[in-house]
Write a protein that binds this ligand. Sequence first.
Ligand code: BGC
Length: 370
Amino acid sequence: MVVALSLAAAGSSGRAPDNALVSDVQVSPAADDVSAPTPEDALVDASVEVPVATPTEAPVDAPGLEQRIFNIGISIYTFDDYFMNLCRHEMEKYFNAMESYAVKYNVTVVDAMGDQAVQNDQVDEFIAQGVDVMIINLVQSSSANTVTERAKAADIPVVYINREPNGDDMTAWDNICYVGVETLLKQQGIRMGEIICDLPDRGDADGDGVVRYVMITGEPDNNDGFRTVSSIMALNDAGIKSEQLLQVQGYWNQEKARELAADALAQFGAMIDVIFCNDDYMALGALQAIKDAGRSVGEDIYLVGIDATPEAVYAIIAGDMTGTVRNCPMRQAHAAVSAAIRYAYGERNDTYNWIELVKVTADNATNYIK
Ligand code: BGC
């Protein structure tokens, strides 16, 4: 059984839900539209382990088998985040799929609305309810210790997902773990930078010897921000001369990124060789601005993001994006649920449970859609 709760929005600092923006570069329905095929339907990932549904009736040969019920509390940093919506829906589905006559998962999902204080209260509430395990998608990467201290006092294990806690914080207790892509060692950004380095002109679209770029970042106090510096580290390591024209915060928001990219294109025009975006939703916003400015990806400008959302993969196939780095919300969801179930049964998890990163370009993009 899954319960999703969106608390009253009063006082929330969460973002507007316009990441579900419909534009001519978005090909999938909003993640909450359950009647239409969801974006994850377009994902092919043969290596993702899909559980076989187990029978819910009592097995005839095991009369009297007792059913175990585990209560799981999940807090998502904001339900306005499209990527995290994919992830949370997949966690709900996966918990359901893991149920059987012998075991039930009562899953409660709450929206922290972009406010760490709200999330801390939700953690207290989960503890008061006596949940068996919590899955926490932190509002602030720096706030893991606040959550861990409360969880440890109540002896309730925590799986942190997607927004990587600060490194030191992961040593605070044996019963906490992290599921997500590697952030602090900067591999995501390096892969994104490498996509530019691997181009025949090494990202120098106008051939003047310097790769001039605009950087659209996610949000402050989030360790995914390491994507920013590390993408340029890859260019430096490859001996590519680069110059940052502008760095702006897009808050993982497609429309905001479109506006920022439009302003940058108006300000710097043909000087811009590359637009780096900390995720694909922002890259899709930038793509709209690039088209509106009469520029053409792959011809006079390059555009990269992170996530490999279905929309971005389609854009790569259409030649509208140069590349992305896969940061699969489905894999994160499966790994988080598996870790939570291990905790529920009193088992241990590795502190870090990394999801593999893959560069996605025109060369391999078709492998990532149906
Ligand atoms: C993803 C973004 C998402 C963010 C939320 C990142 O890992 O790349 O798409 O908005 O997580 O924290």
